[in-house]
Design a protein around this ligand. Sequence first.
Ligand code: KG4
Length: 340
Amino acid sequence: MDTIILGIESSCDDTSAAVIKNGILLSSVIASQAVHEAYGGVVPELASRAHQQNIVPVVHEALKRAGVQKEQLSAVAFTRGPGLMGSLLVGVSFAKGLARSLDIPMIEVNHLQGHVLAHFIKESEDDHNQPNYPFLCLLVSGGNSQIIRVDAYNKMEVLGQTIDDAAGEAIDKCSKVMGLGYPGGPIIDRLARQGNPLAYTFSKPHIPGLDYSFSGLKTSFLYSLRDWLKDDPDFIEHHKEDLAASLEKTIVDILMDKLRKAVKATGIKEVAVAGGVSANNGLRNAFHEHADKYGWKIHIPKFGYTTDNAAMIAITGLYKYKDKDFCSIDKPAYSRVTIK
Ligand code: KG4
């Protein structure tokens, strides 16, 4: 009998649905919300309203593209948290209602676990690039910067994480300060390709162990910019490529320094990267350099699976389905929690 999982993701500003049949991804639909661009960041209330509008057409489209009737579904997997409460509630309530109406199991998924397991999404039978356990995963997004040891799909340990801002948050804030728009990640990435990464230096944190910190870098960037703007009011326009390249290099260096430490401490040389910031070309290049230099076996997700998507929720749901790890209807959404 076929196992067909519908995944639903609505933790932030992307409404997404995906269908996985017998381990192979059949469809993945993402409706992003441009409404936040004008505000320079995600506005929670607007995000919830957009999810309300998008959820039915997005799920409908995912089923249609997969050629699957809802009555054929084996289970509905959904992001229970962490994320914005109003956004989560839309996906969680929809998933519960659908699963209950079809009388099939509902499966709760931790969004961060989903990001890590995005590496196990298979688009075809002969896709065999999945990591082997144990591996390390650098999870870098707008809300998280963590180094995770992954021993099994359901056994993950956070070895280090940011004590203040996430890497993506720092990039977005610096982009905003430069007046470049939101989200800053893709803009900084594009500009950095044309700039000199050694043009400027910004302060790096001195945090013990495997934890990260990005708030000092943000302040250092802001203060440096203020000084330069005093001498040249058009400083940003004249130097935006070099500023982006230097900022990106500083962030990538900070991320990779701790990751090298983690590899040394654990002896695990199979290393993956996940989350929105893993779309960054500078970070991807650094992974390839480390593979060449230190013999790491690296795993970099396809661009479509770096940012929030329901395919990663569906694949996590599939593993939990096989273990009959279902959830009851009384489980509420949660806004904060890390990988346990
Ligand atoms: O994982 P994600 O889609 O959402 C969560 O935070 O859960 O990550 C979004 C973050 C944003 O900070 C965005 O600026 C960043 O990922 N991002 C990038 C790139 N694309 C997205 N950062 C650097 N370079 C990129 N190409």
